[in-house]
Design a protein around this ligand. Sequence first.
Ligand code: SAM
Length: 333
Amino acid sequence: MISDTSYDAFVKVRPKISKSQEAVLAVIRSHPEGLTSSPAASPASPPPKPDEEKERAMTQRARTQTLTIGVKRFAKQSNPSPIPRRAGKNKNMNLPINQIINADCLEVLKTFPDKSVDLVITSPPYNMGNKSLGYHPNSSTGDNFYDEYEDDIPIEKYEQFLIDIITNCIRVSKYTFWNMQSLANNKDTIINLQYHFRDNLKDIFIWNKHAVSQISKGVMAKGWEYVFIFGEDSTIDFKENNFPENNYVPNRQTWYKSESIPEHHATFPMELPRYFIQNFARPNGIILDPFLGSGTTAIAAKMEGRNYIGIEISEKYCQIARERLKSVTPKLL
Ligand SMILES: C[S@@+](CC[C@H](N)C(=O)[O-])C[C@H]1O[C@@H](n2cnc3c(N)ncnc32)[C@H](O)[C@@H]1O
């Protein structure tokens, strides 16, 4: 079992460790007294009053009792309790700012203090089956596979994997932008996640895109994807924002990918992370992507003059991301 804070224990259970991981671990080990919280971090919110807590518990019970058939299976296992806090633990952590960590994101996320970054912008694997990224062999893009990661785990395990990661993303950030596409293998999970995190779901953003054809006979070509926006609560307003003066920030946009990365086909269009960074992250904020892939979120953060932290399980993708980052000139704010 890996302790929450011990990177040494983390290293012991991993059979091999890359140079980049070793570098991050060295930074963390060089601060045995504990690591310092980022200046961008906001203070933890005060604990709820007993009355508020009681009211919240009653609302949650009432909601659970009115479950409809569609969510019953999940409701039994769904815990609508608030995101656990790790107050006091590891509060002084020095984050690996502007670094890409080659590791399992859950193990790394667990070590981050509460509210230590501004935004999480990410897209997990979609559980397509057989490592596939979801392209039909007859489509112009052909079938493509992830390096390292086998995108084919039993649905319950997949759901729990995402729940654990989203829970930590909400805990460590102000807002989490979680992109997913509803597909045959994950559409129940998408419904269940919305129910599980209903106390944290602030809004749903729709990304319109090219509809990829020929997925299979009788299946409509998918022309949009979700971006769930999670936060501390489920109110639809964003108290901390960077909105323009006219306050016009639509929760739907059309973006087509203009850049193609031959080794990684499940990438964001650059506009996606840029939009959320511009509208929700303050200057010098920290943007975290726990499923960094080819590095699009980190590049967008650098372009927008923000800091990034990327976590990616494949060393090959980490290298691609680092290469892409080299040619980016940060915007002067
Ligand atoms: C949908 S892709 C993200 C692509 C990214 N948005 C981009 O623009 O390149 C998901 C990524 O998660 C990585 N991954 C899968 N499991 C992981 C884990 N446990 N920890 C970190 N990365 C993981 C995969 O290798 C893959 O690159």
